[in-house]
Design a protein around this ligand. Structure first.
Ligand SMILES: [Mn+2]
Length: 301
């Protein structure tokens, strides 16, 4: 299959802008899919997002910059073939450590949500005490699912095992034991039904409870499936595009976001708005990162 070849470069950038040494951000495509339950196909997500990114305009009308000017390198596919899931996830952690050590803002593209715990482990190893902010329809707090503790449905539970603080946004699908865990451990959750009335100020108050450095995990099923339908387990309700960008802008302005992932894109013929939205989301976040690191620019706007 084509994943053994090189991935398309993000946004089809010219050589100077995709040079690894000079790049502020790196795209790490991880076509990992072992435990998805409802509809398979997330292994094709990274390639589809990268192909869609070739149709991005480099100019950003909100930030009034070419976001790509900060440099965006695309790494080879990280696609461990280990039979044991735990070994494959260890390999993902090791693969992410190298660019993080080099000081890069890593944008991992999944694949299923099970890739997040090893990515967070890598970020914790480099950056120490980090918070984890999760955009998602599902709380992903099961201790095990269909016999595996490494299921996409357990991603945030494994992060709690790392003793990191979390903030979940957009949640609207939870099992009874997960609801009990949220209550017993007083886990901060902004539910999907609360999104329409959520202000940037209220969101900032939630962010204030997290450490200064945070990792962002973005499961695309956070979005309303009306405009982002091609994902493994879509749930009605969820985030709209512009209000979500306002939250992300707030996040990048008020925290040091150390790395991020975008997971659970499941390419489906005729529904390519999904992978284009994921590519746009990655590009926007790299733009907000650039502005968050350049505060005088923020006060201009
Ligand atoms: Mn998820």
């Amino acid at each position: 299959m084509s994943r053994s070849s090189s991935p398309p470069h993000f946004a089809d950038l010219a050589r100077a802008e995709r040079d690894y040494d000079a790049a502020r951000s790196v795209i790490l495509p991880i076509p990992y899919e072992r435990t998805t339950c409802y509809m398979k196909g997330t292994a094709e997500g990274p390639r589809a997002i990268l192909e869609a990114s070739h149709h991005l305009e480099l100019w950003d009308d909100e930030l009034e910059i070419e976001i790509s000017s900060q440099g965006i390198a695309t790494l080879p596919y990280l696609d461990p073939q280990d039979e044991r899931k735990a070994d494959a996830l260890d390999a993902i952690r090791e693969g992410a450590l190298e660019p993080m050590r080099d000081g890069k803002f890593v944008v991992a593209l999944g694949g299923e949500h099970a890739i997040t715990p090893p990515l967070v482990e890598a970020a914790k190893a480099i950056h120490g005490d980090i918070g984890v902010i999760q955009f998602d329809a599902h709380s992903d707090l099961r201790d095990s699912y269909e016999g595996s503790r490494h299921s996409h449905a357990c991603a945030m539970r494994r992060i709690l095992d790392l003793e990191l603080s979390t903030l979940a946004v957009g949640i609207r699908s939870i099992s009874t034991p997960e609801a009990q865990l949220i209550r017993d451990q007083e886990l901060p959750v902004i539910y999907g039904r609360q999104l329409p009335s959520l202000t940037p100020e209220a969101f900032r108050a939630e962010l204030d409870r997290l450490p200064e450095s945070v990792y962002l995990t973005f499961d695309v099923d956070y979005f309303d499936p009306g405009f982002l339908p091609a994902t493994g387990t879509p749930v009605p309700g969820g985030g709209e595009w512009y209000p979500t960008l306002a939250l992300l802008r707030e996040l990048f302005a008020s925290k040091r976001v150390v790395s991020m992932d975008i997971v659970e894109v499941r390419p489906t013929a005729g529904l390519h708005a999904t992978e284009f939205t994921a590519a746009s989301l990655a590009y926007k976040c790299m733009g907000y990162l650039a502005f968050g690191e350049d505060e005088p620019r923020w006060s201009d706007g």
